[in-house]
Write a protein that binds this ligand. Structure first.
Ligand code: 5GP
Length: 251
């Protein structure tokens, strides 16, 4: 087949270079939670994340949001299943929106935040993606003054990122709600395409969302892994997320 060059590889993803306008992203069966000190390969989770990601990126495109997705469908390259994406320049920030209090906000602000407290409008948080851990913190939280003052983005670019985060939050919350899933919080990544537009890049899946089945109030995303559920239970949660979300649309 074509040149088989890996341009980026982490524990949970691998990106192949296909040509100057095309990359190929593969999801591995790997899960890690630094906070809960659990790291494992759980067979089958990679494909479930890939299905969710392609579904969600397509959905965003339908709402007029540009994403890095180049082909609407799941594809095979070099015997690996993945998604065809555009080359992008990633912004080193995790853009997070919270609808309910869970995770780091509970650990860091116990005097002012209660578990499950609702945030309407959702709260936004910006974490620096940094490969080194300092003082036990690997992705320290930024504020808008840091983002602009440290030259990560111009004020206009930051405004555009906030607008996109708000739109994605609205769409995800609405679509998951219709599927019987309560969205608690999520993370997206953004980057520049070749024309300089800011677009949604990377993964949006069970790995980057905190969300519960509304009927049972149990996690259908990565919290199942953080809650030390068995490998089979974690895989079942990831599958359930797709069954609920994707089946809903086909009805
Ligand atoms: P928290 O601030 O509670 O750590 O995370 C808030 C939300 O963003 C959660 O849904 C979490 O899964 C997601 N998130 C935060 N940091 C990361 C990250 O480094 N990787 C992934 N996949 N998701 C993250």
């Amino acid at each position: 087949m074509r040149e088989n060059k890996i341009i980026a590889e982490g524990k949970s993803k691998k990106i192949y270079f296909i040509d100057d306008d095309t990359n190929f992203m593969v999801f591995k069966d790997h899960l890690r939670s630094i906070t809960y000190k659990r790291e494992e390969n759980i067979k089958g989770t990679g494909i479930e994340r890939l299905k969710a990601c392609i579904y969600i990126l397509n959905l965003l495109e339908q709402y007029g949001i540009k994403t890095e997705l180049k082909d609407r469908r799941l594809k095979t390259f070099d015997n690996e299943i993945g998604m065809v994406v555009k080359p992008v320049r990633a912004i080193p920030i995790e853009f997070i929106a919270r609808f309910y209090a869970a995770g780091s906000i509970l650990r860091l602000y116990p005097s002012i935040v209660k578990a499950n407290q609702k945030f309407d409008p959702p709260l936004f948080k910006y974490d620096l993606k940094q490969d080194i851990s300092i003082g036990g913190v690997d992705d320290p939280t930024l504020n808008e003054s840091y983002i602009v003052g440290l030259n990560l983005l111009t004020q206009n670019e930051l405004d555009e990122c906030k607008r996109l985060l708000g739109q994605v939050a609205y769409i995800l919350n609405k679509e998951l709600d219709q599927a019987g899933i309560r969205l608690i919080d999520f993370k997206i990544e953004l980057g520049f395409d070749k024309s300089g537009n800011i677009i949604v890049i990377d993964e949006i899946s069970q790995d980057c969302l905190r969300a519960n089945d509304m009927l049972t109030d149990t996690s259908v995303t990565k919290d199942a892994f953080r809650q030390m559920k068995s490998d089979d239970e974690v895989l079942e949660s990831y599958k359930r997320f797709n069954k609920m979300l994707i089946r809903k649309k086909n009805n």
